[in-house]
Design a protein around this ligand. Structure first.
Ligand SMILES: NC(=O)c1ccc[n+]([C@@H]2O[C@H](COP(=O)([O-])OP(=O)(O)OC[C@H]3O[C@@H](n4cnc5c(N)ncnc54)[C@H](O)[C@@H]3O)[C@@H](O)[C@H]2O)c1
Length: 439
């Protein structure tokens, strides 16, 4: 029973267009998966929007609806997909090349995948060094390219009869770069687009085009992209929700499960060495030191934020944390991530933990893409704008308001997500205090 004011949420009527820069392993595994689920060929394992419940009221109330019945989400049947890539391969060809899903399943969803032909990409090899392809926009300034993307978005909207759109970056990881003068205001950014400022990355041109078109934008890679004052302002001005960065899947997912546990028990950690081998195109791009630096930054920041060494110097100030990624073609998308963790307990006695996670990157990422698509569309219909911190749950480097440290503990993130849904529907927030059961 709602007890507070509810947020007004527009109904999820009509088609929701999902626009994806980067028709690669993650995006095709997501699209093929949705098509498979729609046909009853598989289950959406890993997706909160499809499988999770949410507790409402007291533990004695026995109210635990499915999230998808509690908030009005777009139906899978109403999703339509499109995107851009530097390679002209259809989503079917890209999925076959990625070798994540097996051919018999792909064959069953061949028709919808084959109909997705990537639009010409905005690309700059200065930002992604190891790959190059022919399907790119070559004419004009960066502003002209931004306008071409705006036109692509409009054409897609009309052709597919979409009532709403959202965009999610599943493109390669761009090289690390910090916000510069051109990123500070919308005015400097637009001037920079007009004069081809080298500090404006392709992903920022997509984000600009999306926000200009009133389309919510999520970033699945660690690139700087829309985490700059100019585009944050644009999102707020246009009343558009945004979120990012870098899907929290394999190794970092494990870290944000384990580290809060050590801290909760006040166990010390003085070493955490993480290494990975992977053989997909993402792995190839990450061989470049610039792209790896973007990834390293988001991967390294997690432990520092969780352990708070300034508050617990005895336990965490000497933590040595290193992350390595090696491109190893034989593994394809089936990556392996090892962690050696040196911890210490009572009286400083040392112990070790070894984690060997033989995971599948895109299988872990696909349900995150689905949830982000549906939740960001929900946020838009609920009139929420700017950074959506409640979606931190999905990211290695959650975006936050300036001056605010991000929350990395996955269980706090989940509580934040579910409380935001309760708040939207005017339900009591759950604090887990529980004293009322003992009065
Ligand atoms: N799989 C995971 O678990 C995971 C987790 C976190 C982040 N990510 C990130 O998600 C992104 C996608 O991963 P993936 O495994 O699908 O990689 P992928 O290499 O298979 O696909 C990326 C695609 O983006 C395309 N691309 C590059 N620059 C582009 C541009 N400017 N415009 C349009 N297309 C462009 C590439 O041609 C490629 O087809 C990567 O940045 C990766 O780091 C993946």
């Amino acid at each position: 029973m709602p007890t507070q004011n509810q947020v007004t949420i527009a109904p999820a009527e009509g088609k929701l267009g999902v626009l994806i820069p980067g028709i690669g392993a993650v995006s095709t595994t997501f699209i093929a998966g949705v098509e498979a689920v729609k046909r009853g060929l598989g289950q959406p394992i890993g997706s909160l929007t499809q499988l999770a419940t949410i507790r409402l009221g007291k533990r004695t109330d026995n109210r635990t609806p499915m999230i998808k019945d509690f908030v009005p989400l777009a139906a899978l049947d109403d999703l339509v997909f499109g995107g851009w890539d530097i390679y002209p391969d259809t989503a079917y060809e890209a999925a076959s090349n990625a070798r994540v899903l097996e051919e018999p399943l792909l064959t069953k969803v061949k028709d919808p995948l084959q109909s997705i032909k990537p639009m010409a990409a905005v690309f700059d090899q200065e930002y992604v060094k190891r790959i190059n392809g022919p399907n790119v926009k070559t004419e004009g300034s960066k502003m002209d390219k931004a306008q071409a993307l705006v036109a692509d978005i409009e054409t897609f909207r009309k052709t597919n009869g979409c009532s709403r759109l959202m965009m999610i970056w599943c493109g390669s990881t761009e090289v690390f770069h910090r916000p510069g003068a051109v990123h500070q205001t919308l005015e400097t950014f637009e001037k920079g687009l007009a004069v081809n400022d080298p500090d404006i990355a392709p992903s920022q041109i997509y984000a600009y085009a999306a926000l200009k078109s009133g389309v919510p934008f999520a970033n699945g890679a660690p690139n700087l992209t829309h985490d700059i004052p100019a585009l944050l302002d644009l999102a707020r001005d246009r009343q558009v929700p945004i979120c990012g960065k870098d899907f929290k899947t394999g190794q970092t997912f494990m870290k944000t499960l384990l580290a809060p546990g050590f801290k909760a028990r006040m166990l010390g950690v003085n070493g955490w060495f993480s290494t990975n081998i992977l053989g997909n195109r993402d792995g190839e791009v990450l061989e470049d030191p610039g792209s790896f630096k973007s990834k390293e930054e988001t991967k390294l920041s997690v432990l520092d934020q969780i352990f708070q060494p300034h508050l617990y110097p005895m336990l965490y100030k000497d933590l040595y944390h290193a992350v390595r990624i090696n491109y190893y073609p034989p593994r394809g998308d089936a990556k392996e991530g090892w962690d050696n963790i040196d911890i210490f307990g009572w009286l400083g006695y040392p112990m070790q933990i070894k984690v060997d996670f033989l995971c599948r990157d895109s299988i872990l990422a696909a349900p995150l893409v689905l949830d982000l698509v549906l939740f960001l569309d929900l946020a838009q219909r609920a009139g929420m704008k700017g950074i959506q911190e409640w979606l931190s749950f999905y990211f290695k480097a959650p975006m936050t308001a300036q001056g605010l440290y991000p929350e990395h503990d996955i269980f706090i993130q989940l509580m934040k997500l579910k409380n935001t849904l309760r708040w939207m529907r005017g339900e009591d927030l759950i604090t887990h205090l529980g004293l009322e059961y003992y009065d």
